[in-house]
Design a protein around this ligand. Structure first.
Ligand SMILES: Cc1cc2nc3c(=O)[nH]c(=O)nc-3n(C[C@H](O)[C@H](O)[C@H](O)COP(=O)(O)O)c2cc1C
Length: 185
């Protein structure tokens, strides 16, 4: 574990809801990590993204033809040494707003040359929450996040799934598990 406040941790609310259960978890994680790291928390809804149109121009230019907040969001990733994505399950996967951002990160995807790149050595953590009872669906949400981390060469370092969380008031009962997870970041 590192205790150097020159290490930057970015906590992302991948839900478009700014004051829901995901936001509550982001709050707890940020509070815990701010004892050891410089912390920024952001919400996917702070940014506006157009959809990827699948033109594949970026496969040969490493740049998107569209201009919006993708570069601003990537600047947050660049700032961070540690990234914690907190995502609810929406129809058994990440919310559409987060997926729209990921699709637009194709210029940074390491499967084509040339491609853009964020700095090496970043660590990624994933937290998924859902209303239903089965952890399998949390794993599916986390796999979407880790697939993205993998192609940006962010090391996948830890995951936490939280079932039976519909509203923010259900988060208090899970606080110990969240704190325990944070202690390993
Ligand atoms: C559009 C939508 C789709 C959802 N789909 C699922 C689902 O497939 N499975 C599930 O367990 N919960 C589902 N949920 C419930 C959320 O995962 C859960 O309420 C979560 O705590 C919401 O966090 P938020 O309010 O911060 O976005 C869905 C919620 C919404 C709004």
């Amino acid at each position: 574990m590192c205790s150097d406040k020159s290490t930057n941790a970015l906590v992302i609310n991948c839900s478009p809801v700014r004051n829901g259960a995901t936001a509550e978890i982001v709050h707890i994680v940020s509070e815990q990590l701010s004892e050891r790291y410089a912390v920024r928390s952001i919400c996917i809804d702070d940014f506006t993204f157009h959809f990827c149109t699948g033109c594949r121009t970026c496969h040969s230019t490493a740049k998107c033809v569209q201009q919006d907040d993708v570069d601003k969001m990537i600047a947050q990733y660049e700032w961070a040494d540690i990234i914690i994505s907190v995502s609810p399950s929406y129809w058994a996967d990440i919310p559409g707003q987060f997926k729209a951002f990921i699709d637009r990160c194709t210029p940074w995807c390491n499967t084509h040359e040339p491609h853009a790149a964020i700095s090496a050595g970043k660590k990624g953590y994933s937290i998924a929450l859902r209303t239903g009872p089965s952890m399998k669906e949390c794993d599916r949400v986390i796999e979407s996040i880790e697939h993205f981390y993998g192609h940006l060469e962010i090391a996948c370092c830890g995951r936490l799934g939280l079932c039976a969380v519909e509203h923010k008031d259900a988060v208090a009962q899970r606080k110990d598990a969240i704190i325990e997870f944070c202690s390993k970041i």
